[in-house]
Design a protein around this ligand. Structure first.
Ligand code: GLN
Length: 452
């Protein structure tokens, strides 16, 4: 049914870069055979899922939304892909994204943008717009995204779906094509909080193949979501960040979020205003740290190891071939970030830019720690504005970067955060963000499910 739905609507939505019908049907048949043989199955066995094209899938094309990887077929599965296969999830295909996960609209995909199912003239968010749109368009009930600065939550917000960024290190990065290694976090996209929690439980947990994977037990996020759904939040303290209020959110977005907070208060929650004075420096710190790490990570795309190799006519030097390959293979946003990052990391500038940004990062983490002494979770809009029209933010990179004003702090800190739909503004979905302390992913699911 989902393959039929994809065939019927994806020409207009462009959520998928690759549909693996054969692989999906074979996986579904294996689940059926297991069931017939009476073998034990998890709760998601047989459920179709779409995977962001930045995670490696063995033998299935993986492009990260870039021309430089066109036609590349990874020889191995990412750890979370392996875990999904073992749980019987049926992978439908790979979803569209901004090139190397850099962007907030999918307009930086080398394969054309994804269209928001709510209004095909508008963006579905990014970088994981394909995953969110696939869910919103009923092409898949579940999807995987990755969140470096908001790329799971912001697409969730603007498509009226649920997107959760687990604690950094709670989900393995093995097989995730790296953008900013100290921030990249794979996580679930779904239509409901409980669905997201069920998927979270499948993919989370320690992986010895990822040196930053946390060797701790995964909290019971499914039980937490079910507990939240009973609608009792008595004793839960919601922190509203003083520095976020009045800063740049559209009036319709602020109004919907206020109503969400009131709904949670009716369920017994208490609201406390907290101050996080360094949050205003999160965006500039992120736009030094993420490009710096990207400039280092993307050095591997040199025309020798994978994918595209340009100008190799026997008369050019190795350096010319590398340079031509990177010139033709990378889009403008990726080039911009490589240049910023290379500059920020160069000797003489390292301390002034990258080093300074890392210090700001520490101050932001301390803001979170101080806030969580007073409250259980922090709440805010997910993104300052609803889905915007194509082309309206591409001429000025800063306008695009603003989409992640509210999502970036939790990436710099490393704690979990989720976006849940909270009504409409001008007929378009608004997302409500809930941020929790590191490893308290269950707490965030509980509050999110109560809001739903
Ligand atoms: N929009 C942000 C960026 O462009 C976040 C991307 C992400 O989370 N992958 O970097």
């Amino acid at each position: 049914a989902h393959l039929d739905r994809i065939a019927a609507v994806d020409e207009r939505v462009n959520a998928f870069l690759h549909v693996d019908a054969e692989g999906a049907l074979a996986a579904a048949e294996r689940v059926d055979a297991d069931r017939a043989a009476g073998r034990a199955q998890g709760p998601l066995a047989g459920v179709p899922i779409a995977v962001k094209d930045v995670l490696t899938t063995r033998g299935v094309p993986t492009t990260a939304g870039s021309k430089i990887l066109e036609g590349w077929q990874p020889p191995y599965d990412a750890t979370i892909v392996t875990r999904m296969r073992e749980a019987g999830l049926v992978i439908l295909g790979k979803t569209n994204m901004d090139e190397f996960a850099m962007g907030s609209s999918t307009e930086y995909s080398a394969y054309g943008p994804t269209h928001n199912p709510w209004d095909l003239g508008r963006i579905p968010g990014g970088s994981g717009g394909g995953s969110a749109a696939a869910i919103a368009a009923y092409e898949a009930p579940l999807a995987i995204g990755t969140d470096t600065g908001g790329s799971i939550r912001q697409p969730g917000a603007v498509t009226g779906t649920v997107g959760a960024k687990p604690t950094y290190g709670g989900t393995s990065r093995y097989g995730l094509i790296a953008f900013s290694s100290s921030l990249d976090t794979p996580g679930p996209c779904a239509r409901t909080v409980e669905d997201a929690a069920l998927l979270h439980a499948v993919i989370a947990g320690h992986d010895p193949r990822d040196s930053t994977s946390i060797p701790a037990a995964v909290p019971d996020v499914v039980a937490a979501a079910r507990r939240g759904a009973t609608g009792d939040l008595s004793g839960v303290r919601l922190g509203v960040v003083k520095e976020f209020s009045g800063e740049g959110a559209e009036p319709g977005v602020s109004a919907a979020v206020r109503e969400g907070i009131e709904a949670l208060v009716k369920l017994g929650a208490e609201v406390v205003e907290v101050s996080c004075p360094h949050f205003e420096f999160a965006l500039p710190a992120y736009y030094l740290i993420a490009p710096s790490e990207c400039s280092s990570n993307l050095a591997r795309f040199d025309g020798v190891r994978y994918g595209l190799r340009a100008g190799d006519d026997g008369n050019r030097s190795l350096e010319e071939v590398m340079s031509l390959t990177r010139d033709q293979g990378f889009g403008p946003e990726v080039k911009r970030r490589i240049m910023i990052g290379t500059y920020a990391l160069s000797s003489g500038y390292y301390d002034a830019y990258y080093g300074q940004a890392q210090k700001v990062r520490t101050l932001i983490s301390r803001d979170f720690a101080a806030a969580f002494e007073k409250v259980d979770v922090l709440v805010s809009p997910t993104t300052p504005f609803v889905a915007f029209e194509f082309g309206s933010r591409t001429s000025d990179p800063y306008q695009m970067y603003l989409a992640d004003l509210y999502t970036i702090p939790s990436n710099l800190y490393g704690g979990p955060a989720i976006s849940v739909p909270v009504g409409l503004s001008d007929g378009l979905p608004v997302g409500f963000q809930i941020m929790a302390p590191t490893l308290a992913d269950d707490r965030m699911y509980r509050v999110a499910a109560a809001l739903e």
